[in-house]
Design a protein around this ligand. Structure first.
Ligand code: R7I
Ligand code: MG
Ligand code: MG
Length: 349
């Protein structure tokens, strides 16, 4: 489809859920042979195996709250979104939440809370979390707001409800930007895509709070920009080993060690790769490659899935995968609603 087509919206939201559901199998694994990934994914085709349904984790649970809030409030409402996060956690606490964020979610359920951003600020001795929990649920912001400035602003605020460290919320901004650009068809020109992201993040990370956090955490002056430059170097090469990707970009639970990695997975899988089945399309390649990196597989596959899904569209998603992932149907329906909201705003409605 063309820029911002319905197919792209559906692809983005559904593939994010699939990445989370199929990635759960390998989360935390140090080494994941591609053979195991393909076996896991092929098993989804095999109905006779009765593999049952793959449940979604916190990544999707929180993204669903973001979607519902944006749709119900027809825009960003921090109180409503915070309430939904808290309610979701208290209803289903067993979705695999990060160990720190649980404290925030408990505090957010207090009816006496006046500043909904305060619990997040109290994390990790007052510096806030740099985990990827803000980024893993950032895609819907790109599907709700057509204007780039709104995508950046609200992805940041939405992440700050749980992640007040700039290395956490700027990961969310980067993820939302990547989905935004992909939705416009920007992945047709991969070099320009990565340059655009670097230019945008130069500005985002020029912020005083970001500079201060980077200093304290002994990171590069502009940590996400530095990683995006590494992504560009790696994507220019014909051969890259999984070990190099992990050592250059990471596969961990920090936003800095997972969002650029997810972006790399998408770029690397734009072309067929030797290690992947020939009959796989780009979306299948992206998800399977993300899993083979090991580490925070559900989250990296979820984020890569959203970016890739916005590029390839819903037609690229195998029916068999969709059928066995919890929440995939709901995501498809919600994508249509977000598409309507997005185009209403475009028309100034
Ligand atoms: O970021 P968050 O929501 O976790 C998301 C991850 C995804 O992989 C999900 O799939 C799920 O598995 O969890 O949760 P947080 O608790 O805010 O951060 C995750 C972890 O990052 C924390 O439990 C810490 O181990 C680590 N972390 C930090 N450690 C030290 N100092 C995050 N921020 C800090 C920090 O400032
Ligand atoms: Mg998870
Ligand atoms: Mg995870």
């Amino acid at each position: 489809g063309g820029p911002a087509s319905l197919s792209r919206f559906r692809g983005a939201l559904v593939a994010a859920v699939l990445g989370d559901c199929v990635g759960g199998e390998f989360e935390g694994a140090e080494e994941v042979p591609m053979e195991s990934v393909l076996q896991h994914l092929n098993g989804l085709d095999d109905e006779t195996k009765g593999s049952g349904i793959l449940e979604y984790s916190d990544d999707t649970a929180m993204a669903r709250c973001v979607v519902q809030s944006l749709l119900t409030r027809t825009g960003f409402d921090e109180h409503d979104m915070a309430r939904r996060f808290a309610k979701e956690y208290s209803t289903s606490p067993g979705r695999g939440y990060g160990s720190g964020v649980i404290q925030v979610l408990k505090k957010l359920s207090s009816p006496h809370l006046s500043d909904v951003y305060q619990p997040a600020r109290d994390q990790f001795n007052g510096r806030g979390s740099f985990g990827n929990g803000g980024a893993m649920r950032a895609a819907p912001f790109a599907l709700a707001f057509p204007e780039l400035a709104d995508v950046k602003r609200f992805a940041r605020l939405g992440a700050m409800l749980t992640h007040s460290c700039s290395l956490g919320y700027n990961g969310a901004v980067l993820q939302a930007l990547a989905v935004h650009l992909s939705l416009q068809g920007a992945l047709d020109l991969p070099q320009q895509f990565i340059s655009r992201l670097i230019t945008e993040m130069e500005e985002v990370e020029g912020d005083e709070a970001a500079r201060k956090d980077a200093r304290i955490l002994k990171e590069a002056e502009k940590p996400f920009c530095e990683r995006l430059h590494r992504v560009r170097d790696l994507m220019d090469r014909s051969q890259v080993s999984v070990e190099e990707v992990i050592s250059e970009l990471g596969n961990g639970i920090a936003a800095l060690h997972s969002v650029p990695t997810a972006i790399f997975c998408v770029l690397h899988c734009l072309q067929p790769r030797e290690c992947l089945p020939e009959n796989y399309g780009g979306l299948e390649r992206t998800i399977s490659y993300s899993l083979a990196l090991g580490g925070d597989t559900d989250t990296i596959a979820c984020m890569a899935g959203a970016i890739a899904g916005a590029h390839y569209g819903i037609e690229a998603i195998p029916q068999s995968w969709m059928k066995c992932c919890e929440g995939a149907e709901d995501a498809d329906i919600n994508a249509e609603r977000l598409h309507r909201l997005y185009h209403q705003s475009l028309q100034g409605g």
